[in-house]
Design a protein around this ligand. Structure first.
Ligand SMILES: Nc1nc2c(ncn2[C@@H]2O[C@H](COP(=O)(O)OP(=O)(O)OP(=O)(O)O)[C@@H](O)[C@H]2O)c(=O)[nH]1
Ligand SMILES: [Mg+2]
Length: 293
């Protein structure tokens, strides 16, 4: 049997569970997840290698419809480019919902691209009989290679999904060493873990006004010494992130440090500063510096 290898982009509207799926498929939590829409801001690769196939999954930002600013446009560009420059797109929807936002994402995937529809969160569907009419409706939206209902939470049907994907990838040698998990380095994950805590621990709007930059990352034996900045847009936001007697910031950085220690498998010293950069989400130059192409 010949080996297959290819890139598989996870595309969809925000919050359908693309990052959760990537984590579950590769068996390691590397992509940030939160109950809030538009958590993913930077494209991330998760690699799974089996005896017969290397899957290079690419987690894309959910296609944005809220907060129209320079940042959103940069994210949408990443989402659109990512769905074009790959061997296969997994178009992730949330069972049993199909709304205009889903249709908008689908419309941006080039007609010649192979697409598999992944119906995620089936664990939330109490009456499984609802799934069949939903799948039939999906079939009318596009000629999908396949439609696969799954749950990133329970793992249901993910083995089946991998089988379907493998059959659609080109024959060819592995692009990465078999034990490589991602294309990103620890510095990237340090920044993403801290940003995830902002999404998990701050209110509804503030996470969209924050970003994280790693100022320095040093390895001293088994210790990683990491200095990070949380950028906000206004003084009032800075006060909320820090909280009374600095307690909110302490909660955020302790949670981030614990996750970093787990992922890096070693001790972490994490220093975090909160700084104001007026209107950073609208500042194209700063966005470039922060790594949004
Ligand atoms: N019940 C259930 N919840 C899920 C499942 N998959 C993801 N979720 C939840 O859905 C929410 C969004 O998950 P994410 O993985 O961050 O979604 P995403 O599509 O990457 O979101 P963006 O990055 O914002 O586009 C989180 O609260 C997840 O825990 C699933 O299979 N079942
Ligand atoms: Mg995501």
């Amino acid at each position: 049997m010949s080996f297959r290898c290819g890139t598989v982009a996870l595309a969809g509207r925000p919050n359908t569970g693309k990052s959760s799926l990537l984590n579950k498929l590769i068996g390691e939590k590397i992509a940030m997840v939160s109950p809030k829409a538009q958590t993913t801001r930077r494209t991330l690769t998760g690699i799974l290698t089996t005896k017969t196939c290397q899957y290079v999954f690419v987690d894309l930002p959910g296609y944005q419809t809220r907060h129209v600013n320079v940042l959103n446009r940069a994210l949408n560009r990443q989402a659109t480019d990512g769905a074009r420059d790959c061997d296969l797109v997994l178009f992730v929807v949330e069972a049993p919902r199909f709304a205009q936002a889903d249709r908008d994402v689908l419309a941006r995937i080039p007609a010649e691209q192979q697409v598999v529809a992944v119906v995620n969160k089936v664990d939330l569907v109490k009456n499984q009989a609802e799934l069949l009419p939903f799948v039939e409706r999906l079939q009318k939206e596009r000629a999908f290679e396949a439609i696969v209902p799954v749950s990133a939470r329970s793992g249901r049907n993910l083995a089946e999904l991998l089988k379907v994907v493998e059959g659609l990838l080109p024959v060819g040698p592995a692009a990465y060493p078999a034990d490589q998990l991602t294309d990103k380095d620890e510095r990237f994950f340090a920044s993403e873990i801290l940003r995830e805590k902002l999404f998990q621990l701050l209110g509804e709007e503030l996470p969209y006004r924050c970003d994280v930059a790693i100022e320095s990352f040093k390895e001293e034996g088994r210790l990683r010494r990491i200095e990070a900045t949380i950028w906000v847009e206004r003084d009032s936001q800075k006060a909320i992130v820090i909280g009374a007697r600095g307690e909110q910031l302490k909660r955020i950085s302790s949670a981030a440090r614990r996750d970093m220690e787990r992922l890096f498998d070693g001790k972490v010293y994490l220093g975090v500063w909160v700084k104001v950069k007026k209107d950073w989400t609208g500042d194209a130059r700063l966005l470039k510096q922060l790594g949004y192409g």
